[in-house]
Design a protein around this ligand. Structure first.
Ligand code: MG
Length: 263
């Protein structure tokens, strides 16, 4: 418990220090605006697969550090004070999250319905991007400040939406160098918005992305950005990593044997 309080306090101090020093960083890339796609009406909560680990079932935030500071109402949890961090850590995962930005529209750009879904330090942005302009690599479905979503398929404010995210973890060697970068695939409301994107590093607001070596297993985190975004039906399935090494030239296993020969 002491450790938890200490880590929350140090995170708060670090956040405020970096906020004081924060000069906004931008990639300078001139992205094309993602076209708007209507995903259709909101749906009932998705089924939970039998091998999934449920992180929020509508009743309890016991699976999360700081969960007591996120209020639960009518089967949904509202983004509250401070980030929530899953107590369990995961390697590569398939993550399902349902979210709704506030029905009452307040603010604009990054100030409207902002939250985020993280594996470790890497953010898939949550934002009310329904008729709300912001920088494209910071809108809903973006890998924050690295890549815009392929399309803008946000539902209206207050309507339930879903993310199905595949986080393929990065791997580091003993020197802390990246052996294999992270890859992220995201479906928003069943529509592909990030297709096996190679992530450049941590998704900072104020810094160019770079990797800092971390554990193979990391927590899932949900962001408090001061907006009461709702969440429900959060579950995760830990999945196998992609192969670390490509097949070597002198390997007894030839590439065609791996992928299947047409001959
Ligand atoms: Mg965010």
């Amino acid at each position: 418990m002491k450790k938890t309080i200490l880590s929350i306090v140090s995170a708060l101090v670090l956040t405020s220090v970096s906020a004081l020093n924060a000069a906004e960083w931008k990639s300078g890339i001139q992205w094309v605006e993602p076209p708007v796609v209507d995903p259709g009406p909101e749906t009932a909560p998705a089924n939970v697969p039998s091998d999934a680990i449920v992180l929020f079932d509508g009743k309890s935030m016991d699976a999360w550090e700081n969960g007591q500071n996120w209020p639960i109402k009518d089967g949904a949890v509202y983004s509250g004070r401070g980030m929530v961090v899953s107590k369990q850590k995961f390697g590569s995962v398939q993550l399902h999250v349902e979210f709704a930005t506030p029905a009452e529209v307040k603010g604009h750009s990054q100030g409207r319905g902002n939250s985020g879904v993280f594996w470790g330090p890497y953010e898939v942005q949550v934002l009310d991007s329904y008729q709300n302009q912001t920088y494209f690599d910071g809108q809903c479905g973006s890998i924050y400040k690295q890549n815009p979503p392929a399309v803008n398929c946000c539902r209206k404010p207050g309507e339930w939406q879903s993310y199905d995210i595949i986080f393929m973890r990065p791997e580091f060697n003993e020197k802390g160098e990246v052996v294999r970068p992270m890859y992220v695939t995201v479906f928003q409301n069943g529509i592909l918005v990030q297709n096996h994107l190679q992530v450049k590093g941590e998704t900072y607001y104020h810094l160019k992305p770079f990797y800092t070596a971390h554990d193979a297993k990391m927590p899932i985190r949900l962001q408090d950005h001061g907006n009461p975004v709702r969440f429900r039906n959060i579950w995760v399935r830990e999945i196998a990593d992609t192969p670390v090494q490509p097949v070597q030239e002198n390997s007894p296993v030839k590439p065609f044997e791996v992928f299947g020969s047409q001959e």
